[in-house]
Design a protein around this ligand. Structure first.
Ligand code: MLT
Length: 209
């Protein structure tokens, strides 16, 4: 099955040599178009792969089911994470891409975190914007210095700071190289997020070049 047959997605090829591709993962109610402008801003010239989540909640696309806000259907999350990881592997083969850095927002950040924990080899790193711990008990995994940036909002009404801190601790404990920043903002993204992500990616991409 081709990548297009599993996930509706947008793909923009790289326009500059070097930078790692970004896997863009939207929030609840978003789609494959949402994060393309963000991707172009924070990683100019990078290839962008942007799938649409295949679960619907009251007509809103998501990447996995939840039972209530912040309460996840972990069986569905596991299944959907493998499905998305398989899509990324298929798209990499079709488009000739190295392992991408995930850039996820909210629900998209949560499935990116789940992918780090369940299929770490699929991603070369991750930027998790307004993420929370995807699993009550994180699976045991080795993340061998994988770079991860978590950006939380200190006034986020959806994600308690303690929960994001738990995610950072789980990823660090598994060996990832985690930077966890908190901005004085809510659940939505701010200009400060863009600056942080752009600088962090520029550093990572320079190191990888
Ligand atoms: C989730 O369901 O993944 C989180 O609660 C964030 C959200 O998408 O609202």
């Amino acid at each position: 099955m081709s990548a297009s047959e599993t996930f509706i997605h947008r793909f923009e090829p790289a326009t500059a040599p070097g930078p790692a591709p970004l896997l863009l993962l939207h929030g609840t109610g978003g789609d494959e178009n949402d994060l393309l402008p963000l991707g172009r801003t924070v990683a100019p010239g990078a290839a962008l792969l942007s799938p649409r989540g295949r679960t619907l909640e009251a007509g809103m696309p998501r990447f996995f089911r939840r039972l209530a806000e912040g309460v996840f259907d972990e069986d569905d999350l596991i299944r959907r994470t493998h499905e998305l990881a398989d899509f990324v592997e298929q798209a990499r083969a079709e488009y000739g891409l190295p392992a991408p850095i995930a850039l996820g927002f909210s629900n998209g950040a949560n499935i990116a975190a789940a992918m780090l924990l369940l299929r770490p080899q699929v991603l070369s790193g991750a930027v998790l914007l307004r993420a929370m711990s995807p699993f009550a008990k994180p699976p045991v995994v080795t993340l061998a210095a994988k770079p991860v940036l978590i950006v939380s909002g200190s006034f986020d009404p959806i994600i308690p700071e303690e929960n994001a801190a738990r995610l950072a601790a789980a990823l660090s404990g598994a060996g990832a190289s985690v930077e966890h920043r908190s901005l004085p903002t809510g659940h939505g993204l701010s200009q400060a997020d863009l600056g942080l992500v752009r600088d962090w990616l520029a550093q990572r991409l320079a190191l990888a070049a």
